[in-house]
Design a protein around this ligand. Structure first.
Ligand code: NAD
Length: 352
């Protein structure tokens, strides 16, 4: 085999360990800052307040309005708050929605970010921001968007509801699966993807039995870091494009949509690149699409777009939007192929 690749390491600081979030104040100071705006969703407002209390004089204020798909209106209110309290950095505590808000602020102000992730979405290690305006989700990639510091503390994830743990874990698995066949993959991204798949495939079945198992929480978060890192370093394809369409244009829930689509998109692409998807076959024990479906079912994930609230009448438009602009995928497709794939996902048919 002839090897040919390029590889760039991420400049972010990654801190991982039980209790690591206690170091957040030290990281604010290490960045040379002293007035952090603490971000969260309204659901995690109490955790945001507790973190601000922990930061003491290093916290300039809190903003607990982060929302899914990073609506620009929310970013504008948060920016006003950042100006009002004269914030010199942001600390985002939560899942991809809160991370997204921190990134949106950094993109506009270049304020440094510290992220403390509490789901497995992986946004904290990518230089990508997806934001929504007038019902349309657009994506930007910029060095300013990549958070400077990420603190992974498994202890903060023991309370992540199990349904969310499962769908968020499958969201992470989707990053790694698509990284395996990315055009710009490199030996490091493939190693990380395989290790991320292994960690999550082992952790999720434990967590559905014992949601507070700290060792399994640590494995899942470790897998999320690896999967997120490959999402940030190599290009994604059909799976992410379809989920982006369903999230941005149909307001479908992010992690759940990834969970439902995963067996279908990977099963579709496995026909073209079985060798590249061999790690998925090895880890999940058979044909990638069928075995990912079985795995999702075994951990209690949603299996149909129907149960997520998508109308069957929306499938034509979804197929049209998802195929409007050409993008690279290992298996060529047309609108009819994507319409059929969406029908299968809507019904929850087990792929081959
Ligand atoms: P989320 O951040 O919306 O979280 C879902 C809900 O769970 C929220 O109410 C949140 O407060 C709550 N929650 C989070 N952690 C919790 C915990 N430990 N305990 C209890 N409740 C908790 O969901 P998500 O799936 O993490 O993120 C989805 C968003 O992230 C989408 O907008 C998606 O586009 C974005 N995303 C972006 C990237 C990127 O690279 N740009 C990557 C992945 C996801």
């Amino acid at each position: 085999m002839t090897r040919q690749f390029t590889y760039s390491g991420s400049p972010a600081h990654i801190v991982f360990g039980n209790g690591a979030s206690l170091e957040v104040g030290a990281w604010v100071e290490r960045l040379g800052r002293g007035r952090a705006l603490v971000l969260s969703t309204s659901h995690q407002a109490g955790d945001g307040d507790a973190l601000a209390k922990k930061l003491g004089a290093l916290a300039a204020g809190t903003f607990a309005g982060a929302a899914m798909h990073t609506p620009v209106e929310v970013t504008e209110v948060a920016l006003a708050k950042a100006h009002e309290v004269n914030a010199d950095c942001v600390v985002a505590l939560g899942g991809g929605s809160t991370t997204g808000l921190g990134k949106a602020i950094a993109y506009r102000t270049d304020l440094p970010q510290i992220v403390i992730p509490t789901t497995y979405a992986g946004s904290e290690v990518t230089p990508i921001l997806g934001q929504t305006e007038n019902g349309l989700k657009t994506t930007v990639r910029d060095a300013k968007i990549l958070p400077e510091v990420v603190i992974y503390d498994p202890e903060l994830t023991v309370g992540l509801p199990i349904a969310m743990s499962v769908t968020s874990g499958l969201n992470a698995i989707a990053h790694a699966a698509e990284a395996l066949y990315a055009q710009d993959r490199n030996p490091v991204s493939t190693l990380m993807a395989v290790e991320g798949l292994r960690a999550l495939s082992q952790a999720l079945p434990v967590l559905i039995e014992e949601p507070r198992n700290l060792a399994a929480r640590g494995d899942a978060l470790y897998g999320a870091w690896l999967c997120g890192t490959v999402l940030g370093t190599v290009g994604m394809a059909l799976h992410h494009k379809i989920c982006h369409t369903l999230g941005g244009s149909f307001d479908m829930p992010h992690a759940e949509t990834h969970a439902v689509m995963l067996p279908h998109t990977i099963g579709f692409n496995a026909v073209a690149v079985p060798e590249l998807l061999k790690p998925v076959a090895d880890i999940f024990g058979g044909s990638p699409g069928g075995r990912l479906h079985d795995f999702a079912k075994s951990v209690g994930a949603p299996l149909t777009l129907r149960e997520l609230g998508l109308e069957q009448g929306d499938l034509d438009r979804a197929a049209e939007i998802a195929t409007k602009n050409p993008y690279w995928n290992p298996r060529p497709f047309d609108r009819a192929a994507i319409r059929a794939l969406l029908q299968d996902a809507w019904e929850g048919r087990r792929p081959q």
